[in-house]
Design a protein around this ligand. Structure first.
Ligand code: HEC
Ligand code: HEC
Length: 315
């Protein structure tokens, strides 16, 4: 005789079945969508479009993206690595990215047809053949880059929430690491125990924000933020600004990230003592923790524009 247990295990079983059904439904809708959209076919653009795109590219893009579109300061714009990076997104998204944000120093200066010509040139450089029909607005939304690495994307999820990287490493550092580190560095020039900051006139959200969470509480939080976000330096699939994968497999890179986590833990403990002098001395070590990694992986090579960092993220 079969016995039925309505214990937690059975509940889990039921849940698992429900989850499977959900996943199946999701898979179905994805396939449903895929049926309308096409992956990039040969003949998606005309030779004239690609040629116009090439001229524009040589005039406005080559310095940062390279003679062979291989990536210099900015990422590669052709080939396998480019296809992988754009996997699952539409050509419309690529054209938007070009038109709205490139060239970096003059965003929004290209017309829509120019941005489309540039995309056509990139497809040509990726060995897709030209055809009779011009790439146009209607086709852009229909054509998708082939979905890449579904297994890797699934692996980087927690409780069904995707943890796939959205930023390149430089964007992540500028958006997350840099502002938090600056709160810690600021203890060297300003006592967090001093009076409450005053609301700014004229109004400014950033300055006002520091009147809400200020003093040692803000220092605690910045140290905690570094402890929690530094492991994201290791997130699989993230690229550097020049398109190279973040060197997560390099032992020294791993060590530099670990050193920063350890130091941020020490800084958090130091913050609890509410002693400016002691904390300020420790913040000096933070400078080294950032610089040790930057010396090897960031400030290497020179750009044609005279800046540093063309050889960033070498493996
Ligand atoms: C001054 C340097 C510079 C110039 C000039 C420049 N880019 Fe970029 N480009 C970058 C950087 C840096 C990134 C990475 C940051 C980002 O995605 O915004 C990038 C990203 C891109 C991306 C996204 C690639 C990806 O895989 O995410 C595209 C597409 C692109 N550029 C196209 C162009 C085109 C087309 C031109 C010429 C019209 C151009 N860029 C000119 C620096 C530049
Ligand atoms: C484990 C290595 C590592 C550590 C530790 C590290 N960084 Fe970085 N950082 C990099 C690399 C590599 C880049 C270049 C990324 C790219 O080009 O996409 C970078 C880029 C940056 C940038 C952007 C520079 C630009 O291009 O404008 C800033 C800002 C930054 N880091 C701040 C910090 C601060 C502050 C710390 C310490 C609290 C820190 N980083 C710790 C590796 C590291």
């Amino acid at each position: 005789m079969m016995r039925i247990f309505w214990g937690p295990a059975a509940m889990r079983g039921t849940l698992a079945v429900a989850m499977c059904a959900l996943i199946a439904a999701a898979a179905f809708s994805v396939t449903g969508q895929a049926r309308q959209a096409r992956t990039i076919p040969d003949g998606a653009y005309t030779a004239e479009q690609a040629q116009r795109g090439q001229q524009l590219y040589k005039a406005q893009c080559v310095a940062c993206h390279g003679e062979k579109l291989q990536g210099v300061v900015g990422p590669m714009l052709a080939g396998e690595a480019f296809l992988t990076a754009w996997g699952g997104r539409s050509l419309a998204e690529l054209v938007d990215k070009i038109q709205l944000t490139m060239p970096l120093q003059a965003p929004n200066s290209l017309t829509r047809p120019q941005a489309i010509d540039l995309a056509a040139y990139m497809l040509q450089a990726t060995s897709l053949r030209a055809g009779q029909d011009a790439l146009n607005e209607a086709a852009l939304k229909q054509v998708m880059f082939p979905a890449a690495r579904p297994a890797a994307a699934a692996a980087a999820s927690s409780g069904g929430v995707s943890m796939a990287p959205a930023a390149n490493l430089a964007q992540f550092m500028r958006g997350v690491t840099f502002p938090n580190a600056n709160i810690l560095f600021n203890v060297q020039v300003k006592d967090p125990g001093a009076e409450k900051p005053r609301a700014p006139v004229p109004f400014d959200y950033l300055l006002w924000g520091y009147t809400q969470y200020y003093g040692w509480q803000a220092v605690d939080q910045a140290a905690l933020a570094l402890i929690e976000t530094t492991p994201l330096f290791m997130l699989p699939g993230r690229r550097c600004e020049n398109g190279r994968p973040v060197p997560v497999n390099r032992a020294d890179y791993q060590q530099f990230a670990q050193d920063l986590v350890n130091l941020a833990k020490d800084l958090y403990r130091a913050s609890q003592a509410r002693n400016q002098e002691k904390f300020a001395a420790m913040a000096e070590q933070l400078n080294d923790a950032c610089a040790n990694c930057h010396k090897v992986y960031r400030d290497v090579g020179t750009a044609e524009g005279g800046g540093l960092g063309t050889d960033r993220c070498r493996q």
